[in-house]
Design a protein. Structure first.
Length: 546
């Protein structure tokens, strides 16, 4: 039966599947590389690794605005259902890869990009469909529950990814197939378009310019993390110092074209709506903080805290996911509560409080010592997740309810494009800060640690390779230890050797990241408090009667 609850359950299935799949892939990366015979510790392998991790997000960022407009024109549920089907087929193709080495990695990246196309249709239409089905005074609750399903999927993915990858890495993709088939058939049979279809033409030139701008920008940004010309970062790579300026030239051309287009892709007039503009800006800031700090916390656990506490590097990907669960629980607890409360009492109080609560969590992280008690860490990340949950549902509802029914697809696309772009940029930005701090001290610290073992050696390890090795569950010192006497090798390959050596330089960059994040969150909170925000339920009902 076609009801608002059917729409909510179906879109929640999509969110659950997408979040679970992302976390399963992160946890299962070592098993995937082992299964296809790919060596991720080789410096040349970083390009493949970055594309496998970030390619999905780059593709969705570049396409969601286009997908939003197409869906507004031809029907959201049609393309939402298509997205479910594409995501499912791509999962099946990922599980079917039999090639090895670089060829196997290229196939995985290609099918992961295809999965991103399906994910883009799901992402841009799920919020718009819920906005069509639910009245304004219930929208915050619906979007909150929808997002919680994604967070639950993320937690399940952490655990399931560890279990399934031990059996066969292909299972982490195959598990999506029955869920995807069910979701595709169910949405096709039950969901109907309730929104007003926009009668417009496709802005072909605008689509090409905007998509090219985002792809070039995000690809150039990711190349910063790949060593070039003997340096640990790729700022000297032509792809970076030429690609980033070239992307902004494309952006300028896009703005010129859009101002003259009869049916522009990126409806710039939407930003004249104060709530739409401010809510999108604060969403960008939240995305910068959320995604960047997540990857940094993963590195903190896998490269330092877990090894110091005796966890072997091979087990750190799984355990870092487990120890980050309080962050997801915070989001899961506060997400639906804030959505429900904002429906009744207005939204801007909760968006302000959420951003400030996250800033408090960042502040507590700043105060942690290197060998911190876990309960202090878990409290800090719970507050960060809770603040994001408190902020996200009301803010998303404000974006979606601030525009007319015929514009909801492209509004959702703009929100997703800006948020995904900010997330990808933040990963590169935060990682670059960490690597910059480590590049000048890493080898010196390791050589001093070797000297404490009575070994006069000169070691040269690339900071990006060392960090990505730790991220994937490989001991960065294993290659050096294999060429040393057994008595020294055992000390060198112990989990805490590398962790203690890099901890001071890592925390220096970590503190810089936290300070920047706190400033951005507080500024955004103040800006959020100055906007109008959605009205209380009673006020909406009164206006509806009038």
């Amino acid at each position: 039966m076609e009801t608002k609850w059917t729409a909510l359950i179906n879109s929640s299935m999509a969110m659950f599947m997408a979040f679970a799949n992302y976390n399963m892939i992160i946890i299962a990366l070592p098993a995937i590389f082992s299964g296809i015979g790919f060596n991720p510790t080789n410096p040349d392998a970083l390009v493949y690794l970055m594309w496998l991790i970030l390619g999905y997000m780059i593709v969705t960022s570049a396409l969601v605005v286009t997908f939003g407009k197409i869906s507004d024109m031809y029907g959201r549920t049609r393309f939402y259902t298509m997205g479910f089907g594409i995501f499912t087929v791509a999962s099946l193709l990922l599980a079917s890869v039999t090639s090895t080495g670089n060829t196997g990695m290229l196939e995985l990246i290609l099918f992961r990009i295809l999965q991103g196309v399906g994910g883009g249709f799901l992402m841009v239409n799920s919020s718009a469909i819920l906005t069509d089905y639910f009245p304004k005074w219930e929208l915050g609750k619906a979007l909150g529950l929808n997002q919680v399903s994604g967070l639950v999927g993320g937690v399940v993915g952490l655990i399931l990814g560890g279990v399934l990858s031990e059996i066969d890495w292909r299972l982490i993709f195959l598990v999506n197939v029955p869920v995807g088939i069910l979701g595709t058939l169910w949405s096709w049979l039950t969901l109907k378009d309730k929104g007003v279809k926009a009668k417009e033409s496709i802005d072909v030139l605008g689509n090409l310019l905007f998509g090219s701008f985002l792809v070039l920008l995000l690809v150039s940004v990711t190349f910063i993390l790949i060593p070039y010309g003997g340096a640990d970062l790729g700022f000297g790579n032509p792809m970076v110092f030429l690609g980033i300026p070239a992307s902004f030239v494309l952006l300028a051309l896009f703005v010129i074209v859009e101002k003259r287009a009869k049916t522009p892709l990126f409806d710039l007039s939407l930003f004249k709506i104060r709530d739409f503009a401010v809510a999108n800006f604060t969403n960008v800031v939240a995305s910068l903080g959320r995604q960047g700090i997540t990857i940094t916390l993963v590195l903190l656990l896998q490269a330092i805290w877990l090894p110091i506490h005796g966890y072997p590097f091979s087990s750190t990907p799984f355990w870092s996911g487990i120890f980050l669960i309080p962050n997801m629980l915070g989001f899961a607890v506060f997400g639906p509560i804030s959505g429900w409360l904002s429906d009744r009492y207005g939204s801007k109080t909760f968006t302000f409080a959420g951003l400030m609560l996250s800033a408090l969590g960042f502040g507590l992280l700043y105060l942690l010592p290197v060998n911190f008690p876990y309960w202090e860490f878990s409290l800090a990340i719970f507050l960060i997740g809770g603040g994001m949950g408190l902020f996200n549902s009301p803010n998303l509802a404000d974006i979606m309810s601030s525009v007319g029914p015929e514009l909801r697809g492209r509004a959702s696309g703009i929100r997703a494009a800006l948020g995904n772009t900010a997330s990808t940029v933040s990963v590169a930005f935060y990682m670059a800060i960490i690597i910059t701090g480590m590049s000048t001290t890493l080898n010196q610290a390791i050589n001093q640690a070797l000297g404490s073992l009575g070994l006069d050696a000169s070691v040269n390890i690339s900071a990006p390779v060392a960090l990505f090795s730790a991220l994937l569950g490989y001991n960065p010192m294993s290659g050096i230890a294999s060429s040393l006497p057994p008595s020294v090798a055992s000390k060198l390959s112990s989990p805490d050797f590398f962790a203690n050596a890099i901890a001071p330089s890592f925390f220096s960059g970590f503190h810089d990241i936290l300070a920047v994040s706190i400033v951005l969150l507080v500024f955004s909170a103040i800006l959020s408090a100055m906007r109008e925000g959605r009205a209380r339920k009673e006020e909406v009902l009164i206006k509806r009667v009038e």
